[in-house]
Design a protein around this ligand. Structure first.
Ligand SMILES: Cc1cc2nc3c(=O)[nH]c(=O)nc-3n(C[C@H](O)[C@H](O)[C@H](O)COP(=O)(O)OP(=O)(O)OC[C@H]3O[C@@H](n4cnc5c(N)ncnc54)[C@H](O)[C@@H]3O)c2cc1C
Length: 395
């Protein structure tokens, strides 16, 4: 933890630091006072003619740990629709809260939030904090950060969980900087020690090791979690939930971004939502052969997905890539054709209910994660399978 200190003995109250501060973090009273806007940018230190200001770096454990408890989940919504990762965070948050004998809260920034509140009330959440204002209808980094900062400073959660979505990846680092705390991105496993330390596990070094990270000196402990990595919470419609309407202060709404219009992108079903996936890898000889994979996907009502080499070859959109640098999927069935099973691919699909692998190489690592395996050439197996499915459909 770092902080700005002012030596009153040296300070000549010239006000140069106050004028120079771009964040209005300094006030000239009978002495210079630092407020919570300070970002430790150091401009005031540079302009002070008598070197009265100093940034003290690396102060340890200035946080009163006992005042931070409970788990808080950020409820991301877009146009009033709750992001699916929120239910996954509620599931994990409930588990962690129960282990620590603490409470689970959810914060919703948005507008016309009634249906969102009703939806979240169907899950085992202790408290829902609502910031409802038309200016919060859509995510803007400044406004949402201000809202979350306000709540964290008020309720002091020990743990704050955010989805590793586009919004979450923008919000969480900004908020962590504002709160001067640590953030672990893209966690795949979360657990807690009895003392409340969050054990945050995530792949590191290209997925070759699983790093365990803790935040021992700061609070709240912040983590983002990719969608589909964790199981969604079970419904609990009788769980007693308190709803707290929070005041939206005008200062929270200041933003350099204004919405001129919202243009929805053409809707494409994401592979993360598919219940059946036919995935193909470098065993595919040419882009045109994807038709073989598509024909099986069509018979099974599934979607086609690929490994990274096929995206790099320009044969398929990056939105279809499964893995560490692609999407994480959790379908009921995934058929992996001509895929070796590199750790970076497996990281994105190992939680699938049923994994079926087809590979020519009996030693391919994919057989280590597959529930069922066929050693053979998928160019021969898939047409036979498609014919079989077609003829059984005609029976
Ligand atoms: C930082 C980092 C991030 C990465 N992120 C990702 C990621 O998100 N997703 C990803 O997929 N990769 C990712 N990779 C790449 C990853 O390491 C592998 O290189 C990649 O997954 C291999 O893809 P593949 O299985 O299609 O190809 P290969 O490893 O070449 O395997 C091809 C397989 O096809 C089999 N085969 C060939 N022909 C046939 C046939 N006719 N019938 C049956 N089997 C056949 C072969 O026996 C072989 O096992 C990443 C790498 C790094 C370093």
């Amino acid at each position: 933890m770092s902080r700005l200190t002012i030596d009153k003995g040296l300070c000549i109250l010239c006000g140069k630091c106050v004028e120079a501060c771009p964040f209005d973090a300094l006030e000239l009273k009978d002495q210079v006072v630092v407020n919570e806007n300070c970002r430790l940018c150091g401009i005031c230190v540079k302009v002070c003619p008598v070197s009265a200001l100093v940034i003290e770096r690396g102060l340890s454990k200035t946080v009163d740990f006992d005042s931070y408890k409970d788990i808080l989940v950020f409820a991301e919504q877009r146009g009033g629709r709750l992001s699916s990762v929120v239910l996954e965070l509620i599931g994990k948050g409930r588990e962690l809260a129960d282990k620590l004998h603490q409470k689970l809260a959810v914060v919703i920034p948005g507008t016309n939030t009634e249906s969102l509140v009703e939806k979240i009330k169907q899950y085992p959440v202790d408290t829902i904090y609502v910031y409802d204002h038309p200016e919060l209808a859509y995510y803007r980094a400044e406004t949402y950060t201000a809202v979350l900062e306000d709540l964290v400073k008020e309720v002091k959660p020990g743990i704050l969980l955010v989805g590793a979505t586009q919004v979450g990846r923008s919000l969480a680092p900004r908020l962590a900087t504002r709160l001067k705390t640590g953030l672990t991105a893209d966690c795949t496993i979360l657990d807690v020690k009895p003392n409340g330390d969050l054990i945050q596990t995530r792949p590191a070094f290209g997925g070759n090791v699983m790093a365990q990270i803790i935040t021992p000196k700061h609070r709240p402990q912040m983590a983002t979690v990719r969608p589909k990595v964790m199981a969604p919470s079970a419904l609990n419609t009788t769980y007693p939930t308190t709803v707290v309407l929070q005041e939206v202060k005008p200062t929270m709404l200041s933003s350099g971004i204004s919405f001129l219009s919202i243009e929805p992108k053409p809707q494409e079903t994401a592979i993360t939502e598919a219940e059946v996936i036919i995935a193909v890898g470098r065993g595919l000889k040419k882009a045109d052969d994807l038709i073989l994979i598509e024909s099986l996907a069509k018979e099974l009502g599934g979607m086609v997905a690929v490994t990274r080499p096929l995206v790099e070859a320009g044969w398929c959109s990056y939105t279809k890539q499964i893995g560490l640098s692609g999407r994480t999927v959790r379908p009921k069935l995934i058929i992996a054709c001509g895929i070796s099973g590199a750790i970076q691919f497996v990281a994105g699909m190992s939680s699938s209910d049923v994994i079926f692998a087809i590979n020519k190489d009996p030693d391919a690592p994919i057989f280590g994660v597959a529930h069922y395996g066929l050693i053979g050439d998928f160019y021969e197996i898939l047409p036979a399978l498609v014919n079989e499915l077609k003829s059984s459909a005609n029976l």
